[in-house]
Design a protein around this ligand. Structure first.
Ligand SMILES: O=C(O)CC1=CCC(=O)O1
Length: 254
């Protein structure tokens, strides 16, 4: 059952629409560098995934179908038939699900730091149990260590502190519900059916979804292109926005 997610739009009403879907533990704040760079030429629609930020927090577990249906519902609410879509991590999983199951809604697809199958499943069940017991604050510092390289953390401690607070503020039920969606996710069989023009991007130093996950996605989606961005961990879109923004712009401009 889909929900009305919280969203924000930057950019001209008549520009091509780009939907941005974020990582587990994020809010739409994580897309600040992309909203700033792309909103001159695109109608940038970023949203809080269910259970996160200011979006509703239905009882978990959630599924990829739930997360993907939330995007279809958002597009319906905005009167948009078809949009470009960029998703990072669980946002990328949502993008693959949508492109496979609602292909009419996805124009060009960008999959950042993500995976078509991210095991082992028991790790996700354990993480869900941990946040239900202790809150998301208990895992936030570990998440940030995977999001940024040590060099970035040293260079920008204030950013790390701000985004740690963002992760820690995620409702436990929402975070756990999304862990369950990842635990049960296996999109590998969907990849050959994706017809959207697809760009796959990996962070060279991403410990959560290393480049071999991107390689498997790119090998599975017909015609997909792949780039590995150096000097980036899981939140490559933030740490290497200067490299990723032009890739997104060029991909969505066609
Ligand atoms: O928190 C992590 O381990 C990184 C991550 C995996 C899926 C997602 O959305 O974030």
């Amino acid at each position: 059952m889909s929900v009305d997610v919280h969203y924000r739009i930057d950019g001209p009403d008549d520009a091509p629409a780009v939907v941005l879907s974020g990582s587990l533990g994020s809010t739409l704040e994580m897309w600040e560098p992309q909203a700033a760079a792309l909103s001159g030429d695109f109608r940038v629609i970023r949203y809080d995934i269910r259970g996160h930020g200011s979006s509703p927090v239905p009882d978990g577990p959630y599924s990829m179908a739930d997360l993907g249906s939330d995007v279809s519902r958002l597009l319906d609410r905005l009167g948009i038939a078809r949009a470009h879509f960029a998703g990072l991590s669980i946002g990328g999983m949502t993008g693959m699900w949508l492109a496979a199951h609602a292909p009419d809604r996805v124009d060009r697809l960008a999959l950042l730091c993500t995976s078509a199958q991210l095991g082992p499943p028991e790790n996700w069940a354990q993480r869900a149990a941990a946040v239900r017991a202790e809150g998301v604050g208990a895992v936030a510092a570990g998440v940030l260590e995977r999001w940024f390289t040590p060099a970035f953390a040293e260079r920008e401690p204030d950013t790390v502190e701000r985004l740690t607070a963002m992760v820690a503020g995620t409702p436990a039920e929402g975070y756990a519900g999304c862990c369950a969606a990842i635990e049960h996710m296996d999109l590998r069989a969907d990849l050959p059916g994706i017809t959207a023009s697809t760009l796959v991007v990996a962070g060279a130093d991403d410990p959560s979804t290393p480049p071999d996950h991107a390689q498997r996605i790119a090998a599975g989606i017909p015609g997909a292109r792949m780039r590995v961005v150096p000097g980036a961990a899981h939140l490559a879109s933030w740490e290497q926005a200067g490299m990723i923004n032009p890739l997104l712009r060029e991909h969505f401009a066609g």
